[in-house]
Design a binder for this molecule. Structure first.
Ligand code: RAT
Ligand code: ZN
Length: 452
């Protein structure tokens, strides 16, 4: 058989063997800075409630970091409340405890009384280790001392460096009074490493309540999205987009979200009109994607507050209906249910204006990242965004990205090794180019309007 010819367009570089491929993939993933397309992180100008010796504490500040915040992450609260002895404390009693006591209880219960094998527990330990701390302390005293001595800004830079994240995309909610008043104060110093995102769940899932609040802020909107209301909703969106300099508009939508909506539900019909007549036209006019995060059933156990949500299967037809009906819009979509992943990847093959991203929330576990990323590579090649961190606490960037790289690496290596077995010359520059796409360029390009 004739020797396979070198493809003229393949980037220069020596063809790699299987071992060389694994090494090149690991190297490329480690050295490629990340654009993190969805987080809940804030820079220090939003204030920090975390006690430290370097800056003034702002009790309602939004920049969360340090051991007490890490341990009281809602993923861990849910794990705690199912194993506390005799159901004590109850969820209500837990929420009344001071944060440090909550963290002590979580450390004792989830890390010392049993092995911390869950993904969220392991994440804390990976993070401590990377910060130079010994993970197995019996009390939190040493960790607290370490964080109290940190300057939040220095610490932010260090965490981003350890995680190799260059750009953090925030989640900015004008319906949150605390956040809203900070933006309105005009005192926010913009940090070039952070991009803003206008997050608008209530406008789609609870229009009458959203309208009431917007009316209180001087927008002439009513319960029923008539023509005047739509105009005012657009004005609201533009005011906020411009104030934030936002890179996309986002909403988290329940599994029951449908487009077109089921008109038997007047609330859903109003939300649909707002989406169709205000949000999507403004996105198109401003050349911004709309991010639909579909499948979160809120408050399944309301006692758990932010830890009480769960996934539910969403409707892929609604995604394809949106992509087809609004060809001038770009859609960033992630779905929370494992069962939706295959059809979502196939849908992305049909619509260049659909970019799928991340293994969201309950999918951000090694076994599922492995399965989902493998499937996406097989269906979409290089044209998707494999992961986002969803970090709420600064240091989580470290473990969320380290753990994801640990899984994505072998997935990609196996795919390149299979490619090499066909005779295709797999080179280090080609791997680096593709990894740059996965971790940065696909997101940056889609935000900027280019196809992934
Ligand atoms: O992953 C999470 O922390 C969730 O609580 C949610 O924030 C979810 O990612 C969302 O953005 O709604
Ligand atoms: Zn999130």
């Amino acid at each position: 058989m004739a020797k396979p010819k070198r493809h003229p367009k393949a980037p220069a570089g020596r063809p790699l063997n299987a071992e060389g491929i694994a090494k090149a993939v690991r190297g490329a993933l480690a050295s490629q800075p990340v654009l993190d397309i969805h987080t809940h992180l804030y820079p220090s100008s939003f204030g920090t409630p975390v006690a430290n010796r370097r800056v003034k504490v702002d009790p309602a500040g939004l920049m969360l970091w340090g051991i007490d915040e890490m341990l009281t992450y809602h993923y861990l609260v849910a794990e705690l409340l199912r194993v506390v002895p005799a159901g004590q404390p109850s969820p209500a009693a837990f929420w009344k405890m001071p944060k440090e006591d909550q963290a002590d209880l979580i450390w004792k219960t989830l890390f010392l009384d049993r092995s911390p094998v869950s993904e969220a527990c392991r994440g804390v330990l990976t993070t401590l280790g990377r910060l130079g701390l010994k993970p197995g302390e019996k009390s939190l005293a040493r960790y607290r001392m370490f964080f109290a001595s940190r300057n939040p800004d220095r610490h932010l830079a260090d965490c981003m460096k350890l995680a190799n994240v260059e750009t953090i995309t925030m989640t900015n909610d004008p319906f949150d009074d605390n956040e809203r008043s900070r933006w309105m104060s005009g005192k926010i110093r913009r940090d070039p490493r952070f991009r803003a995102v206008l997050r608008l769940d209530p406008m789609i899932v609870a229009w009458p309540a959203a309208a009431k609040r917007m009316a209180g802020w001087g927008y002439r909107v009513s319960d029923r999205p008539d023509r005047a209301t739509i105009q005012e909703a657009r004005r609201f969106l533009k005011d906020w987009l411009h104030m934030l300099d936002a890179v996309y508009i986002a909403a988290s939508l329940p599994p029951a979200f449908r487009y077109p909506s089921r008109w038997d539900n007047p609330g859903a019909a109003a939300g649909e009109l707002i989406l169709k007549e205000a949000i999507l036209p403004v996105c198109a006019e401003e050349h911004l994607p709309f991010a639909a995060m579909i499948g979160s059933e809120r408050g399944v156990n309301p006692e758990l507050k932010g830890a009480g949500d769960m996934p539910g299967r969403g409707d892929i037809r609604s995604v394809t209906n949106l992509c087809r009906t609004f060809p001038n819009n770009r859609f960033l979509v992630t779905m929370l249910s494992r069962e939706n992943q295959h059809e979502l990847a196939v849908a992305a093959r049909k619509f260049p204006n659909l970019m799928i991203f991340g293994c969201w929330w309950f999918l951000n576990n090694p076994s599922l990242i492995d399965e989902i990323t493998t499937m996406r590579v097989e269906i979409l090649g290089t044209s998707f965004i494999p992961q986002h961190s969803d970090a709420r606490i600064l240091e989580q960037l470290i473990y969320k990205w380290e753990h994801s790289r640990e899984v994505i690496g072998p997935v990609l290596a196996a795919k390149y090794q299979a490619l090499a077995r066909t005779g295709w010359p797999v080179t280090a520059p080609a791997i680096e180019r593709d990894v740059e796409g996965y971790l940065r360029r696909n997101a940056a390009g889609f935000l900027a309007g280019a196809k992934g």
